[in-house]
Ligand binder design. Structure first.
Ligand code: ADP
Length: 537
């Protein structure tokens, strides 16, 4: 042995040497007897558990063990008594400040000179931070996995979509190209020419619809859908939508039933977009219903909203597909879908457009082969909730030929002056009156109306209240003060968005004959005009 190491070789020095290693260790190194009483406690143990050596020596080690883990101590001791070691046992212990920490514990037996086990030495390492880092890493990995799966799914959907898109664009294109070639080959017969042009026309429309859908979806995704919101006469736009599918209804011999509540509207929305919603649902109903099946369209008012139900007796929808039916590019299994064609965008567009206009849309189906129902809810404008505008509620009536049951009065040759700074409202009113045969003149301010100098030419005056420069109250006062020969006695209807009781009172006090809240029920407005005209005759 190297003589220079001799001085370290005495038992005393060796003991001191070990004691210094124990003291300077970062780990907790603790001695205990077989009754779990602490016999030694190094600086590391102070740092890890927060207790000083004075506080712990002579105390039971169990004060570090959470109640629900107390059983562990018995198991550890019994292993030690059998002469076994415990290596890197990961568990939880409680610090003096009550904080739980994660520790990795290694325990080995301490024997006396005779070799009898008299206690145990325990090395505990605080692994809280390591464990936390592991959990964080696991979480990040999990998140990454989810994102990757999402990206892969999006990529798959995109690829399937591109395949579908090219298929859907090519199908009409090949019909168009085919017919163009036929017509170019030799001078076509009149029959060929007619058939060819029809096919070309139909297929270019199919293509332009596909492109419209794509552009719409893009606008929706970019948040760039612009709505031209106005009062919409739903029965009217439903009529237009129904007309546009008349040919396919006929071709598929679909039995189409329409039930329209004449008092269902009007609603606030964009007429073109609402028509698109109805048209989409209608074309789906026809597309997914076999020849000879039934499609029913119901429009009715239910409490404070209008409900449009489009149901069919077609192929129905599987329950598991119902939940995602309004998702983009969502179509039932590709074979069926290819049978029917389409991009899987229509319903997603329907949902977005309906929601943009404050409505909701739901799909219902009892399952495959059991038909489907799509229900659109649209809120009524607030002013229409009250009963003051409602006549007695009528039941929706079945009208297979789509003739609306508007009780339209005949206002031929009657002259109505409309004063309103809101062009859209004024146009709606004008339109309603023109429909009844009346002559309607539109001016956008009270001053412009007064500048006419006389009202005797007109039978009825309809005026807004809130207008810049001169409001409706002042306007009617001036009209009433003009003298009989200038038409001061003209029947006057206030049509306004102010609907507080005091506004109504003031309108009548100022000189209006009657007061209607905007948006007024078209039927009521027109019949009021009719009543005034008859009264004055
Ligand atoms: P497209 O009709 O172009 O496929 P849509 O978004 O309009 O796209 O419809 C998505 C899918 O929802 C359709 O492919 C079809 O599977 C299902 N679907 C829509 N309307 C009906 C309906 N009335 N009956 C049965 N299935 C329907």
């Amino acid at each position: 042995m190297n003589p220079s190491f001799d001085q370290f070789n005495t038992p005393e020095v060796q003991m001191a040497y070990l004691a210094s290693i124990v003291e300077s260790s970062d780990d907790a190194i603790v001695g205990k007897n077989l009754q779990s009483i602490v016999t030694s406690w190094n600086k590391g143990a102070e740092r890890v558990f927060g207790y000083t050596a004075e506080e712990m020596i002579g105390q039971s080690i169990t004060r570090l063990i959470p109640t629900e883990r107390l059983g562990e101590e018995g198991q550890i001791l019994s292993r030690i008594q059998q002469g076994k070691r415990i290596d890197h046992f990961e568990t939880i212990r409680v610090r003096k400040d009550g904080k739980e920490i994660e520790v990795s514990v290694t325990v080995s037996a301490i024997r006396n000179a005779e070799g009898t086990i008299i206690g145990a030495s325990k090395v505990a390492r605080d692994i809280t931070l390591t464990k936390q880092a592991e959990r964080d890493r696991e979480m990040i990995l999990e998140k990454e996995r989810e994102l990757r799966e999402k990206a892969e799914k999006a990529d798959r959907i995109k690829n399937e979509f591109l395949a579908t898109l090219s298929h859907e664009l090519r199908t009409p294109l090949s019909a168009i190209l085919g017919w163009v070639q036929i017509l170019r080959m030799k001078p076509p017969t009149p029959e060929d020419l007619q058939q060819g042009l029809e096919v070309i026309f139909r297929n270019t429309r199919v293509q332009s619809q596909l492109i419209e859908d794509l552009l719409d979806m893009n606008r929706i995704l970019m948040g760039k859908v612009r709505l031209d919101v106005q009062l919409v006469n739903l029965p009217e736009i439903m009529g237009v939508a129904l007309e546009s599918v008349a040919l396919s209804v006929e071709a598929k011999e679909i039995q189409l039933k329409t039930i329209i509540d004449p008092l269902a509207g009007p609603v606030r929305g964009d007429p073109v977009r609402l028509q698109q919603v109805i048209w989409n649902l209608l074309t789906n109903a026809i597309k997914f219903t076999p020849k000879g099946g039934k499609v029913e369209v119901v429009l009715e008012r239910v409490n404070s909203h209008v409900e449009i139900n489009i149901s069919d007796t077609g192929i129905g929808i599987k329950p598991d597909f119902l939940a995602s039916i309004f998702d983009r590019f969502s179509q039932v299994d590709s074979s069926t879908t290819r049978h029917y064609g389409g991009l899987g965008l229509g319903l997603s567009i329907v949902k977005h457009l309906t929601e943009l206009q404050g409505g909701t849309v739901h799909a219902k189906s009892a399952g495959e082969g059991k038909g489907s129902t799509f229900r659109v809810h649209l809120p009524l404008p607030l002013a229409l909730h009250g009963d003051h505008l409602r006549t007695d509620r009528q039941h929706p009536s079945s009208s297979p030929d789509m003739e609306m049951e508007w009780d339209q009065p005949n206002l031929t040759d009657k002259k109505v002056l409309i004063v309103d700074d809101d062009r859209d409202t004024a146009e709606v009113v004008k339109h309603l009156l023109l429909d009844c045969g009346a002559e309607a003149t539109l001016v956008s301010s009270a001053k412009e109306a007064l500048a006419m100098g006389t009202f005797s030419y007109f039978d009825v005056l309809i005026s807004d209240i809130g207008m810049p420069d001169m409001d409706g109250f002042e306007f009617i006062r001036q009209v009433r003060a003009m003298g009989k020969e200038k038409g001061s006695k003209i029947s006057a209807i206030a049509l306004t968005a102010f609907s507080r009781p005091e506004d109504r009172k003031l309108a009548v006090i100022s000189g209006f004959d009657v007061y209607l809240s905007k948006p007024a029920d078209p039927q009521e407005l027109v019949s009021l005009v009719d009543r005034f005209v008859k009264r004055d005759e």
